[in-house]
Design a protein around this ligand. Structure first.
Ligand code: ARE
Ligand code: CA
Length: 580
């Protein structure tokens, strides 16, 4: 046994309450080193009568490690535990203090979860597990009201630049709700809607006002009501890291300098406010002078922003917030934010925009989830860039799953592109088959998938601002075949709970391979997903229990022989197979 590789901490993703009764325990060991691992667990104050040996299973494997997991339901919500590591006939116990050949009879030296306090349990809203999101960049989705168009509005469909406008608005979204219903999505994420000067509105001027170019609070109310009637939930963008340069408190500091009563609302390094060699004398988002960083540690700023967070939930009934640049805002602020938001809507989804490892924010006291860009990169590196082979992809996924408590993965916001990246079709160099492979991986993964507006009808575009083209509405210019493909994918996900919350196990993901297969399993239901990321035909063979498998796309039935299922996939082909 390679004991140096063995790792466990009694907290975080290693030992946590999944719900009010269930604890998940995980331990890391060297890949393929151990044959069996058990948790040795019982109640602290009733050890002798409650202790039991609970078998663990490998929940994920990356290039170097296996991650073992088991569930325990301690009868009194307390748990003392250690592990039994086994390699063939070799056995070793692991306590909080040591590795020992002797079975620990006294619980004192074991790890512990002192008590599952129900209020501490990280409980994201259940609806998110079943959600399919659609991201809308409002200036470019549809112009439903030309009377609110900003001066200089260009004809719909022109080339997007950093500073041009095409007149998109909320009425445009209302007019096209049928498109979303037909597609099958049931949640919308809007990039910012509040008054601001730019086309993207990430430079907020007034947090309590809808930008007049988009409509007003009444238009949003109407939109939310119509969406709710259709079972579509609404997520808005909260840009609380920084304000815009025209936000009244900032203008006041600009004008009055140190004498301004708002001087501590920002992080001013020297007065007067100025920009020298491109660097503002105050902290700003990415040196952007028109995006001064807010001092969220200041009581007045906090009070103001928390009121904003509450206001839009109470006033128009939104279903959650996406938090812009979430990792640059202080965590104390987010803890209070969570309390305020959950107090007015316990079911609100709090989604942080963090592109990296996010454990500190995903412990139940701050966010429900983060935007899962590491998943984006795993998919694009495997399918688009070819920098990951199948084994590398499986490893990247294992790293993701093992990093977080299961509930975080169940509501992760999975995306392949967004208003901040090039579009998927462009990344794929126009290869629609590759785009489909990426979409299949998105819709058959754990977490909530999000479609960036227009991807479903074949829109392309390079990095920002090119990825923000006007939505194409002429049916003859839309790729309707692709639309039908997305429709079907969404339906398949809806039909199979295993695709949403089932366990994930790679059945084929070899080194140097361009084909892979994984299984999603929940209760009695098993779905197998196969991808051939190659320009030649490939067969994939996997071990299965069930004999007969139906391809959810083509209806074709594949039969296993002596426990082996072999499926031939065309170039860049895929199969989503359900056991019949
Ligand atoms: C504009 C131009 C850009 C130009 C930039 C710099 O459009 O082409 O590069 O200015 O001058 C908003 C607008 C952008 C605008 C930006 C600044 O939407 O169009 O860019 O404001 O005016 C990091 C942050 C992450 C952030 C991304 C963009 O961590 O929070 O950068 N994303 C949010 C929004 C954006 C928004 C802002 C923040 C600002 O989603 O739309 O931009 O409110 C790595 C890093 C990440 C990094 C990521 C992307 O992975 O690790 O930290 O994200 O790359 O760069
Ligand atoms: Ca308009």
């Amino acid at each position: 046994m390679l004991l140096e590789a063995v790792y466990h901490r009694p907290k975080l993703n290693w030992a946590y309450a999944y719900d009010k009764e269930t604890i998940h325990l995980r331990i890391r060991t060297k890949k393929n080193d151990l044959s069996h691992v058990y948790a040795w667990a019982g109640d602290k104050y009733a050890w002798d009568r409650t202790r039991e040996l609970v078998p663990m299973r490998v929940m994920a494997s990356d290039e170097m490690f296996d991650y073992w997991e088991c569930n325990v339901k301690p009868p009194y919500r307390r748990l003392k535990y250690g592990f039994l590591l086994q390699k063939g006939s070799e056995k070793l116990w692991m306590t909080e203090y040591e590795f020992t050949p002797d079975m620990p009879t006294n619980p004192d030296r074991l790890f512990e979860i002192p008590y599952i306090n129900p209020v501490d349990v990280y409980t994201p809203p259940a609806w998110v597990k079943d959600a399919v999101f659609y991201q809308i960049f409002p200036e470019r989705f549809a112009n439903g009201d030309t009377s609110n168009d900003p001066e200089g509005t260009l004809p719909w469909g022109g080339k997007p630049e950093r500073d041009n406008f095409f007149g998109g608005d909320l009425q445009g979204v209302i007019d096209h709700l049928d498109h979303l219903t037909e597609l099958g999505v049931n949640a919308i994420y809007f990039t910012p809607l509040f008054a601001a000067t730019t086309n993207h509105k990430y430079d907020t001027e007034d947090y309590l006002k809808i930008d007049p170019q988009f409509g007003d609070a009444e238009t949003l109310k109407k939109l939310v009501k119509l969406c709710h009637d259709r079972g579509i939930r609404i997520l808005l963008d909260a840009v609380f890291n920084h304000s815009g340069g025209t936000f009244a408190p900032f203008l006041d500091v600009q004008e009055k300098g140190e004498a301004s009563k708002y001087k501590d609302w920002f992080h001013v390094n020297s007065f007067p406010l100025e920009v020298k060699d491109g660097i503002p004398s105050y902290d700003a988002f990415s040196f952007e002078a028109h995006m001064p960083k807010l001092n969220t540690g200041h009581p007045e700023v906090k009070e103001y922003l928390l009121k904003v967070a509450e206001y839009w939930i109470k006033e128009v009934g939104i279903d959650g917030w996406r938090l812009d640049v979430a990792n640059e805002v202080d965590q104390g602020f987010w803890r209070e934010f969570r309390k305020v938001v959950k107090n007015v809507n316990p079911d609100a989804y709090i989604l942080g925009e963090i592109w990296h490892e996010s454990s500190p924010w995903l412990q139940g006291d701050q966010f429900d989830a983060v935007m899962n860009y590491p998943f984006t990169f795993a998919v694009t590196d495997f399918i688009v860039n070819g920098t990951l082979d199948a084994g590398g992809f499986a490893s990247a996924i294992a790293v993701q799953l093992s990093r977080y408590p299961q509930q975080a993965s169940e509501v992760a916001f999975n995306l392949i592109d967004s208003h901040d990246t090039a579009r998927l079709l462009t990344l794929c160099d126009g290869n629609k088959d590759k785009l489909k492979l990426a979409a299949v991986s998105l819709f058959t993964y754990m977490g909530t998938p999000c479609i960036y507006y227009g991807d479903e009808i074949g829109m392309d575009g390079g990095p920002d601002p090119d990825c923000r083209k006007c939505m194409v509405w002429e049916p003859e210019q839309q790729d309707r075949e692709l639309f039908a493909f997305y429709q079907r994918l969404i339906q398949i996900r809806k039909d199979h709970p295993a695709l949403r919350t089932g366990t994930i196990k790679f059945l084929s993901a070899g080194k140097g391979e361009t084909k892979l297969a994984y299984e999603r399993r929940l209760g009695d239901e098993t779905v197998i997903v196969m991808l051939n990321n190659d320009s030649t035909i490939q067969s994939i063979e996997v071990d299965v229990y069930e004999n007969s498998w139906k391809d959810e796309f083509t209806g074709k039935v594949w039969n296993a022989e002596r426990g082996k299922l072999s499926v031939r996939l065309p170039a860049y082909g895929f199969a989503i197979l359900s056991a019949k």
